[in-house]
Design a protein around this ligand. Structure first.
Ligand SMILES: Cc1cc2nc3c(=O)[nH]c(=O)nc-3n(C[C@H](O)[C@H](O)[C@H](O)COP(=O)(O)OP(=O)(O)OC[C@H]3O[C@@H](n4cnc5c(N)ncnc54)[C@H](O)[C@@H]3O)c2cc1C
Length: 336
């Protein structure tokens, strides 16, 4: 059981900055995220796009903002449970909360902050019969650890940046024994550099590129042994492989959060703007996941919400202690 002061569900920009604000009050945080890396939408959807409305940064790449937030939170040694969706929240007899993830990891704290943004990112799955029965038996939708594919044969499907970049990475580092990239069109949506590199590597025989084709079936008794590729002109053939990785992007859905007893309005959690508390005492909702009159889904609004929510959390944890606002310019940042 992981014990902490505040469990933050969602390691997007708002969850990360809340670690810093909680740390200033000597409250320790543990973040849970279903994605394999921190950063939420900034890392997953637009890491290379510049953001122009973060105070003090005329322009900052979304990925750089996340790096900076991680650095800012580091003195407060946040814990992370990554790659695991939070599935349930239970209350103990002592009034604490236990948050359990899809893999059964349990976390206990007196306070929970939901910073779940648009919700859990679910993979877009291709319409292949029995696809789900091969999940974790050779079918994966996210590459969490490229080492997992060392010495293996891999078929990747997709035409965007992740399909291109992972094909290049697995082939270039000689990790996978064989990399086949299947895409239904002859043009790609990814960066021009990456497209050119895949074409060059295909010319050198390092990637087998199959365009104008789709993976339409999977073969194998209990685990993936091959995929059926249907070419628009040449028809079907079987490609032997150990892994099939469709990388068609991720779509957000509120997911398990919708079933935790919150007042929900238009797919978001209703909060009291006094302190961004939900209808369940001890649980707060901050960032894109909450809603109230005049709500703006902006990073800077989420930073403000997290800052006020931790002040209220402090008062709940230490009802007898008075908390006086201290400027960081005066007190500095005293880490744990
Ligand atoms: C293309 C694009 C451009 C944008 N440009 C700007 C901009 O210029 N300026 C600006 O201010 N904003 C911009 N935004 C919006 C901004 O990205 C969001 O406001 C911000 O990401 C919200 O942060 P968050 O931490 O609340 O949520 P998110 O970034 O969505 O992070 C939430 C995290 O919670 C996780 N999660 C959800 N449910 C669970 C669960 N049950 N268990 C575990 N983990 C869970 C998700 O995996 C996710 O990582 C842009 C958004 C997009 C898509």
């Amino acid at each position: 059981m992981i014990q902490t002061d505040i469990i933050i569900i969602g390691a997007g920009p708002v969850g990360l900055f809340t670690v810093f604000e909680a740390g200033l009050l000597k409250l320790k945080c543990h973040l849970i995220d279903s994605l394999p890396q921190a950063g939420g939408q900034c890392s997953e959807i637009y890491p290379k796009k510049p953001i122009y409305d973060i105070p003090g940064f005329p322009s900052v790449l979304a990925g750089e903002l996340i790096d900076n937030l991680m650095e800012q939170a580091a003195p407060f040694k946040p814990g992370f449970t990554l790659g695991e969706a939070a599935m349930t929240i239970d209350k103990t007899a002592e009034g604490k909360f236990i948050v359990t993830t899809i893999k059964g990891t349990q976390h206990e704290a007196p306070i929970v902050m939901i910073a779940g943004g648009l919700g859990v990112f679910e993979p877009r799955k291709p319409p292949i019969e029995n696809l789900e029965s091969y999940e974790d038996k050779g079918v994966e939708y996210i590459i969490k650890d490229p080492e997992f594919y060392r010495g293996k044969r891999v078929v990747i499907a997709g035409g965007g940046d992740s399909a291109l970049d992972w094909s290049i990475f697995l082939a270039e580092k000689n990790l996978a024994k064989e990399v086949v990239l299947v895409h239904r069109s002859s043009s790609f949506r990814g960066h021009l550099d990456s497209v050119q590199k895949v074409i060059d590597m295909a010319g050198e025989g390092k990637i087998k590129l199959v365009t104008e084709a789709e993976v339409t079936g999977i073969t194998g008794e209990n685990i993936v042994e091959g995929v059926v590729i249907t070419h628009q002109k040449d028809g079907e053939f079987i490609q032997e492989t150990d892994h099939f990785i469709p990388l068609f992007g991720l779509k957000p859905s509120l997911g398990p959060i919708a079933d935790w007893g919150f007042e929900i309005d238009k797919n978001a959690i209703k909060v009291n703007t006094l302190d961004y508390s939900t209808n369940i005492p001890g649980i707060y909702a901050i960032g894109d996941v909450n809603t109230y009159e005049n709500k703006l889904k902006l990073i800077l609004c989420g930073f403000h919400e997290g800052t006020l929510a931790v002040q209220s959390a402090f008062a709940r944890i230490y009802p007898d202690k008075k908390n006086i606002l201290k400027y960081t310019t005066v007190n500095g940042v005293q880490g744990f």
